[in-house]
Design a protein around this ligand. Structure first.
Ligand code: DC
Length: 230
């Protein structure tokens, strides 16, 4: 067993995984390994190489290339924020656009891309004392993670949060349409052939419906501390 656990967080879109992962890592003094950032960086590298995000073979080759040449790396700024580099360039900001979010979603459906990023994710987490969030962390990347959470909330609640977020950004969003989008994304994510959304058998279910984020993070931190003390 590692001196400090690997903590894996999975769950449907809109359950608050990224926020909870960041807050939990801070609360525990662990490192946040942002695996989504790697998929985003592959999308950016593909776009720059003129490769279509939907061409699984070609994006796979791009991903293998940046990994083999050691161009793609996850690091941290002095303030502790996640930094992503592609060759000599810091692309941390460039990958945060909605366009790269879309690109990451497309390229992450390619098995060759997922395979190319596997070792990089494992190396980033294997020493323990890390929190990783994403689609197949608890099932494929770290099936042996000491702590696995499946973070969810009802579709109504996730839609309401997403709707409030959109409104806060000044978008004229419709709640029933947002709910329909959330339900469509759930069904898409659970039924897709590659890395479908599913709860690992040994994952602890955390339902954040009707619970504030502070309370959710606190109860998860208590659980990790209990496992780490064993
Ligand atoms: O969390 P994010 O928005 O940065 O993720 C970008 C995309 O990458 C998202 O569509 C899901 C995908 N992803 C994945 O397939 N597996 C992961 N471990 C992390 C992210």
């Amino acid at each position: 067993m590692r001196p400090r656990p690997v903590v894996a967080i999975d769950g449907p879109a809109g359950a608050g995984k990224s926020t909870v992962a960041r807050r939990l890592a801070d609360a525990l003094g662990y490192t946040l390994v942002d695996t989504g950032a790697l998929y985003r960086a592959v999308a950016l590298a593909a776009q720059r190489a003129g490769v279509d995000w939907g061409d699984g073979e070609a994006v796979g080759a791009v991903a293998r290339g940046v990994v083999e040449r050691r161009e793609l790396a996850l690091g941290r700024s002095e303030q502790g924020a996640v930094r992503v580099t592609l060759g000599d360039e810091d692309v941390s900001e460039a990958i945060r656009t909605a366009d790269m979010g879309m690109g990451a979603s497309r390229v992450s459906a390619a098995p060759a891309v997922r395979a190319a990023l596997l070792d990089l994710q494992r190396q980033a987490g294997e020493a323990g004392g890390v929190v990783l969030e994403g689609r197949d962390i608890g099932t494929v990347v770290f099936p042996d993670a000491e702590v696995k959470f499946y973070l969810t909330a009802t579709s109504d609640e996730r839609a309401r949060r997403r709707w409030a977020e959109l409104r806060a950004k000044g978008h004229d969003a419709d709640l029933s349409q947002t709910l329909a989008d959330v339900e469509q994304r759930d069904s898409q994510d659970s039924t897709r052939a590659v890395a479908p959304l599913r709860q690992a058998d040994d994952a602890l279910l955390v339902d954040s419906s009707g619970t504030g984020i502070d309370e959710v993070v606190r109860s998860m931190a208590v659980h990790v501390a209990r496992v780490a003390a064993k």
